[in-house]
Design a protein around this ligand. Structure first.
Ligand code: NAP
Length: 299
């Protein structure tokens, strides 16, 4: 339980409602800012402005998926006010406070470093990334279905990258009866992909494999689907780029060639906000509990 633990949660989207619910269920004292336009009750959480008191007693500060923008702005879909995390806010946090965010941009990282505040980026964690790969793959399937005129069953699909997202993506497509080629760079991934019934190839040979595919799902967060690759794709092919912005596709050239190429960021929060919220909530509550018990032992 989190009895008596003071948790401040600022901004976010529908995912944070699950987080608030879970933390309140665990008896934490939850204070939130950035929910002024949400007219439903907030499961025992107290609403507040972004004032000094909010920060002074926080044991944990929970920020949204993208912690802050590079000017300190915090996304808050349930508020029409501007929320900005400033230097003076972080300076007020007790030294034992931890900031949790899905991921952090340099602005937030630097602030945490400057004031010696621990920062946890939840989406970096293997467990969160693997759970998140489920709604990500479902969202990618939705986009694939919406943007093609063929069934995925029997289609020729290619997945680039065999990490936490690529693995789930490839398996999900295979489950639907697609023929799945997987582009990897490690020998052990080549072996595993073969064992799982995919057609694996080395990404350095990508050019030789793109001549006859219907759908290309990229999870490699670097420029990989270059103009040269796109020039060799059949004109019917659709590219769904799952890698974080700016993706790994030459979108300008794809447009020029008339190939449909879609950058698809943040799918879990779009297609399954409640599930995505639960994934964050479960991990967050466990981490805060561990941190609290460590602090208790140290006292
Ligand atoms: P990951 O587990 O690190 O997997 C990345 C894969 O890319 C690995 O197989 C890695 O190979 C490969 N790779 C990286 N750089 C490469 C290069 N230069 N050449 C060839 N292969 C390379 O990451 P993940 O969790 O699957 O996430 C992948 C991307 O999707 C990230 O950008 C992430 O932010 C994004 N993402 C997007 C969504 C969405 O909604 N669109 C959701 C979740 C994640 P090695 O294993 O050999 O390193």
């Amino acid at each position: 339980m989190l009895t008596g633990v003071q948790i401040v949660l600022i901004g976010g989207d529908a995912r944070q409602l699950e987080v608030i619910r879970r933390l309140s269920e665990m008896d934490a004292v939850v204070t939130v800012a950035g929910f002024d336009q949400l007219h439903t009750p907030l499961d025992g959480a107290v609403r507040s402005e972004m004032n000094e008191e909010l920060f002074r007693h926080a044991d944990a500060l929970v920020l949204p998926a993208v912690g802050t923008e590079d000017d300190g702005q915090i996304l808050a879909v349930f508020s029409d006010r501007e929320l900005v995390l400033k230097d003076e806010h972080v300076a007020l946090l007790p030294k034992h406070c931890t900031i949790y965010a899905g991921m952090a941009k340099p602005y937030l990282r630097l602030l945490c470093e400057k004031y010696g505040i621990r920062l946890v980026e939840l989406f970096d964690r293997d467990d969160v990334a693997i759970y998140n790969s489920i709604p990500t793959a479902e969202g990618a399937l939705m986009m694939a279905i919406q943007n093609t005129d063929i069934t995925l069953h029997g289609s020729s699909c290619m997945v680039l990258g065999f990490g936490r997202t690529g693995f789930t993506m490839a398996r999900t497509l295979q489950g639907l009866g697609a023929h799945v080629q997987v582009g990897v760079r490690r020998e052990e991934h080549l072996a595993r992909a073969y064992e799982m019934g995919f057609k694996p190839f080395h990404v350095r040979d990508l050019l030789s494999y793109v001549g006859n595919i219907d759908l290309l799902f990229n999870t490699i967060p670097t420029m990989i689907v270059t103009a040269q690759i796109i020039a060799n794709l059949p004109s019917r092919a659709v590219i769904i780029d799952l890698a974080s912005k700016p993706g790994g596709t030459d979108f300008r050239f794809a447009e020029k060639r008339g190939i449909k190429a879609l950058l698809a960021p943040g799918l879990p929060g779009i297609v399954a906000p409640r599930t995505a919220g639960r994934i964050i909530a479960e991990c967050l509550s466990r981490l805060i509990m561990e941190e609290t018990s460590k602090r208790g032992n140290a006292q």
